[in-house]
Design a protein around this ligand. Structure first.
Ligand code: NAP
Length: 247
């Protein structure tokens, strides 16, 4: 608990848009002061800060490429200076480009691993040194890991690494009363999922879950809010697959 500001402090990586923005909105509603991290979408991040501030939340936008350790360190420093010591870390920033493994360039492989895996590593390492005891960490995997669809080899490999981090890091934080879990969404209607797909492909994905629709960012924000909140205190080292029943 951050007594200085009388509000717990959350960092949400990749919060300028998509799921991360919905998570930031939900955590703000739940009473957290929120650091909205982004890499390039400064206008969207600033607009979200303005929206949350107008609603009475302490919120800041922090530019940092999560794949760069020095930028992640700086993100924590700025957050501590402006909001207070961090209680909750949501490792949402991620990228996806589907391509058969055989067609994947070195550059795409590096970019996907740098952001999805090294990015999560960078924030977890910083969190270990800096977070308040009693905090919460939520990483982002994906239900695609369970589906094994062609084109997802590199992306799934990055999410497998994130799941491995989640299980081990939960144990490495023994004695700190910090939980480490991951959420593994199914298809969610954001640009990461929608871009580059035909209407027909999107409809096919929407039919996959027995709940017969695409997920929305708020479907995941509510799961993250649960894992970040008081009610999930006994949930630790788990992967929560939130996907409408797709797998
Ligand atoms: P999105 O709409 O594409 O948004 C991605 C966010 O990540 C943006 O705010 C982006 O900010 C940020 N970001 C990208 N690279 C970054 C970097 N190097 N450093 C910091 N921020 C960075 O994606 P999304 O659908 O919300 O996905 C969020 C997470 O959910 C990802 O981890 C993804 O793998 C996971 N997920 C998504 C789905 C889905 O169907 N959408 C399903 C399963 C899992 P900028 O614009 O500033 O770069």
């Amino acid at each position: 608990m951050n007594t200085l500001n009388n509000a717990q402090v959350a960092i949400v990586t990749g919060a300028s848009r998509g799921i991360g923005a919905a998570v930031a909105q939900r955590l703000a509603k739940d009473g957290f002061a929120v650091a909205i991290n982004y890499a390039s979408s400064s206008a969207e991040a600033d607009a979200l800060v303005a929206e949350l501030t107008a609603a009475g939340t302490k919120a800041i936008a922090v530019k940092a490429d999560v794949s760069k350790a020095d930028e992640v360190r700086r993100m924590f420093e700025i957050t501590e200076q402006q909001l207070g010591k961090v209680d909750v870390l949501i490792n949402n920033a991620g990228v996806l480009k589907t391509l058969p493994l055989a067609d994947t360039s070195d550059a795409l492989y590096d970019q996907t691993f740098d952001i999805n895996v090294r990015g999560t590593f960078n924030t977890l390492r910083e969190a270990a040194a800096r977070m308040n005891n009693g905090g919460r960490i939520v990483n982002f995997s994906s239900t695609t890991l369970a589906l094994n669809m062609p084109g997802y080899a590199i992306y799934n490999a990055t999410k497998a690494a994130v799941e491995a981090f989640t299980h081990v890091f939960a144990k490495e934080l023994r004695g700190r009363n910090i939980t480490v879990n991951a959420v593994a969404p199914g298809p969610i209607a954001t640009s990461l999922f929608l871009d580059g797909k035909t209407d027909e492909q999107i409809q096919n994905f929407a039919k996959m879950p027995p709940l017969q629709r695409l997920g929305q960012p708020d479907d995941i924000a509510s799961v993250v809010a649960f894992l970040a909140g008081a009610d999930a205190g006994w949930v630790n080292g788990q992967i929560l697959r939130a996907n409408g029943g797709v797998a």
